[in-house]
Ligand binder design. Structure first.
Ligand code: ATP
Ligand code: MG
Length: 139
């Protein structure tokens, strides 16, 4: 059975460009309920831990350096079939290939700076949510 939660991050470049408000509005419009949220800046070590699954990928160093370069907004989102629904809603990894009107098409800069993260499985949604939030921070 598909879970009902996913973890998103608004990535540093989207924060820098002033897109926190528009992206949160778009998330809400899409029917995703924000059940936890924080504004934080990851250290390089924390970004490396978060993206540990990508350790062997050629873009790992670039990705973790970027994700620790400035503040991010992390949030747990709730909706039926949240992981798949949110990945469809944000669009393809490369903003240039993302469908018109999706968050990455609207607010992404390029492949690395693609505006937002979305969990890729229920298992990772749980791991990533626990990375950022204690039970006291979820509503
Ligand atoms: P995310 O995990 O951020 O939601 P995704 O699941 O669509 O994105 P992944 O394959 O998990 O894509 O890659 C994680 C992130 O690494 C991407 O969002 C992107 O920012 C970055 N990335 C992926 N491929 C490349 C690449 N070839 N060069 C640079 N960065 C990349
Ligand atoms: Mg991914």
């Amino acid at each position: 059975m598909a879970g009902n939660k996913t973890l998103t991050m608004i990535k540093p470049m989207a924060v820098k460009k002033g897109f926190i408000g528009p992206i949160l509005a778009k998330i809400t419009e899409g029917g995703f309920k924000i059940v936890a949220m924080k504004y934080a800046k990851l250290t390089l070590e924390q970004a490396q831990k978060f993206y540990e699954v990508h350790k062997e990928r050629p873009f790992y160093d670039e990705l973790t350096a970027f994700m620790s370069s400035g503040p991010i907004v992390a949030a747990i989102l709730e909706k039926e079939n949240a992981v798949e629904a949110y990945r469809n809603y944000i669009g393809a990894t490369d903003p240039a290939k993302a469908a018109p009107g999706t968050i990455r098409a609207l607010y992404g800069t390029n492949l690395g700076m693609n505006a937002v993260h979305g969990s890729d499985s229920d298992e990772n949604a749980t791991i990533e949510s626990d990375f950022f939030f204690s039970q006291l921070e979820r509503f």
